[in-house]
Design a binder for this molecule. Structure first.
Ligand SMILES: [Zn+2]
Length: 490
C-alpha cells in the first residue's frame, strides 16, 4: 500500500454536498482511495507530487466517449450535395472488415486520448458503419482487456440490434445472437479489475431494435443494477417511427412499453417536449448532452437551463473530436447563453418589427460554470448511481487530474473553474491518475509509445476511409465523399 500526496495551487474538493475550493491544497490517496483533501496533511506519505500553479480536479466522466478514432472525425466531412451522397451497397451488414489488431489499435489510441484529456471514466460509443451486424462480443472483449491493461475506468457494453436497415425488416436470429452476446459480455466482464471495468446495456437506436428486445434489456439492467444507454428524442425520423408503432412522442411511447427507469441514460434528447422532460425527471432519467457532436450536426439542447429547470440530471459526453471535456463544457456554456439571450432566434424585419421564434418559451434560470462542471463530474457519477467518483473526497476513488495554469496560452487566472472552462482546453491537463495509478505525468502517457501508436492509428483510419469505396453502391473513391478542403498540388 503506497500513500501519495498531490499538491496544486487550487484543489477542487467536495464538502459532501457540493464541490469546494482549497487554495494551495493537497489530495492524499492510499492505494486506489482518497484519504485526505484539504491543507497540511500530517500523516506519512511515500511520494509527493507538486504540480505547482495548477488546478487539482476530479477527473471527468464521459458517458458518450468516442472510442473509434474515425467516425467522429469524419462526420463533418460529408459533402451536402445529394449526388455525392454515400450509398450503402450490398455489402451492408455482411462481413466484419476489422481485425482484432485494428480494434486494439483504435481502442488503445482512443483511451490514450481520453486519458490525455483528463477523462477518467468513460462509457464508449463507437461507429458501426461497416460492421457485419452490431458491435461484436470479440470487439468488446478486446476493449475490456485494453482498458484493464491501460488502467482506464470503463463502462463497456457491445451494442445489439434487430433490423438490417430502415424498412428492410428484422433478422430474428442475429438479433437474439447480438443480445445474448451483450449479456454474456456483461456477465464476463462486469466488475473485472477490482471494479475498474463495469458493464452497461447498449441497444442500438430505437429504429434498429425491436420493442420486446428493448424491454427485456431494461429489465436486465434493473436486475443487474446496471446502466442502459439508449439514444432517443433525436429528430423527425424517430418520431415517424414511433408514430408507426402507435405512439405519440418517444417518451410517452417509452412510458407505455415500460422502458422508463432510473437505469436509463439518454444521449442527445434534443427534441423532447416540455411534458416529456417532466416525465424524464419524474423517473430520474439522466440526459447525456454532447455539445460538439450535436452542433456539428446542426442541433443543440434548447436549453441546458430548461433541462435543469425541469430537474433533469444533465451530463456531458464528447462523442466527437475533439475528445475534450473542457472544450465541451465551454461550448455547452456558450450554447446556453445563446439560448438564453435568443438574439440568434430573432428576425429583424424591414418595418422595424421583430419576429421572435421562441416568444412562448419562458426564461429559465441561467446556468453557471459550476453547473457545467457538475455535469462533467458529479452528475455523471449520479447517472451511473455512484458516489465514489466525480469528486475529490475522503473515501472516493483516486481519479485525479491536474490542469496547468502556468502557461501563457491560458492567460491570467482567477476562479479555478471559470478559468478552466473559459481559458483552458484538454491540452492543459498535465497529470491523470485513475484508481490511484498515474497514467499520465507532465503530459506524457506512461507505458505508451505515443509515436508508434499515432502511426498505427493513421493506418487504421486509412483503412476505414478506403472502406467507403468498397461498400459504396457505385464503388466511388473516398475522395468523392471526403474531398480535400483545398486542392493538393503534388
Ligand atoms: Zn450519440
Amino acid at each position: 500500500m503506497k500513500t501519495t500526496k498531490i499538491k496544486g495551487h487550487f484543489v477542487i474538493g467536495h464538502d459532501g454536498s457540493k464541490h469546494v475550493f482549497y487554495r494551495d491544497g493537497e489530495v492524499v490517496y492510499k492505494d486506489d482511495t482518497i484519504i485526505f483533501v484539504g491543507k497540511d496533511f500530517e500523516g506519512h506519505v511515500d511520494e509527493i507530487i507538486d504540480t505547482g500553479l495548477s488546478i487539482i480536479s476530479p477527473g471527468f466522466i464521459d458517458l458518450e466517449a468516442d472510442i473509434d478514432t474515425d467516425h467522429a472525425l469524419i462526420d463533418v466531412a460529408f459533402p451536402s450535395s445529394p449526388e455525392n451522397r454515400f450509398v450503402m451497397g450490398n455489402k451492408y451488414r455482411t462481413i466484419d472488415p476489422y481485425t482484432d489488431e485494428d480494434f486494439k489499435i483504435r481502442q488503445t489510441y482512443s483511451i490514450a486520448q481520453l486519458i490525455r484529456n483528463g477523462i477518467t471514466t468513460a462509457m464508449p460509443i463507437e461507429g458501426e458503419t461497416f460492421h457485419g451486424w452490431s458491435q461484436s462480443y470479440r470487439e468488446h472483449e478486446i476493449m475490456s482487456e485494453v482498458g484493464l491493461e491501460m488502467g482506464m475506468r470503463l463502462y463497456v457494453g457491445p451494442s445489439f440490434r434487430s433490423y438490417v436497415g430502415i424498412g428492410e425488416g428484422y433478422d430474428d436470429k442475429r438479433s437474439e445472437q447480438s443480445f445474448s452476446d451483450a449479456l454474456r459480455h456483461f456477465e464476463e466482464f462486469d466488475g473485472k479489475g477490482n471494479g475498474l471495468i463495469r458493464g452497461f446495456i447498449n441497444p442500438c437506436q430505437i429504429r434498429w431494435t425491436k420493442e420486446d428486445l428493448l424491454v427485456r434489456a431494461i429489465r436486465y439492467a434493473e436486475q443487474k443494477n446496471a446502466p442502459m444507454r439508449l439514444h432517443a428524442c433525436e429528430g423527425l425520423g424517430e418520431w415517424e417511427h414511433i408514430r408507426a408503432l402507435g405512439g405519440n412522442t418517444t417518451i410517452e411511447y417509452f412510458e407505455r412499453i415500460g422502458l422508463l427507469s432510473p437505469k436509463l441514460l439518454i444521449p442527445h434528447c434534443i427534441v423532447a417536449t416540455n411534458r416529456e422532460l417532466e416525465t424524464l425527471a419524474r423517473y430520474g432519467i439522466s440526459v447525456i448532452s454532447t455539445p460538439f457532436a450535436e452542433i456539428q450536426g446542426g442541433t443543440a439542447l434548447f436549453s441546458f437551463a430548461k433541462y435543469q429547470h425541469y430537474g433533469i440530471n444533465l451530463t456531458i459526453g464528447t462523442d466527437a473530436q475533439p475528445v475534450d471535456m473542457i472544450r465541451n463544457m465551454r461550448l455547452a456554456r456558450d450554447l446556453d447563453v445563446m439560448c438564453h439571450n435568443r438574439q440568434i432566434f430573432r428576425r429583424y424585419q424591414e418595418d422595424g418589427s421583430v419576429m421572435n421564434t421562441f416568444q412562448d418559451e419562458p426564461e429559465y434560470k441561467r446556468m453557471t460554470v459550476a453547473d457545467f462542471f457538475d455535469a462533467a463530474t458529479v452528475n455523471g457519477a449520479k447517472a451511473l448511481d455512484r458516489t465514489d467518483i466525480g469528486k475529490l473526497a475522503v473515501g472516493a476513488k483516486a481519479d485525479i487530474i491536474a490542469i496547468d495554469l502556468n502557461d501563457i496560452a491560458v492567460g491570467p487566472y482567477e476562479d479555478p473553474v471559470r478559468t478552466m472552462i473559459v481559458s483552458c482546453t484538454g491540452s492543459n491537463v498535465t497529470h491523470t491518475i485513475i484508481n490511484g495509478k498515474m497514467l499520465m505525468k507532465n503530459k506524457k502517457l506512461l507505458g505508451i509509445d505515443e509515436d508508434l501508436l499515432m502511426k498505427k492509428a493513421q493506418v487504421v483510419l486509412e483503412k476505414f476511409l478506403n472502406l467507403y469505396q468498397e461498400y459504396d453502391q457505385y464503388n466511388r473513391p473516398k475522395e468523392a465523399f471526403f474531398p480535400p478542403s483545398y486542392q493538393f498540388m503534388d
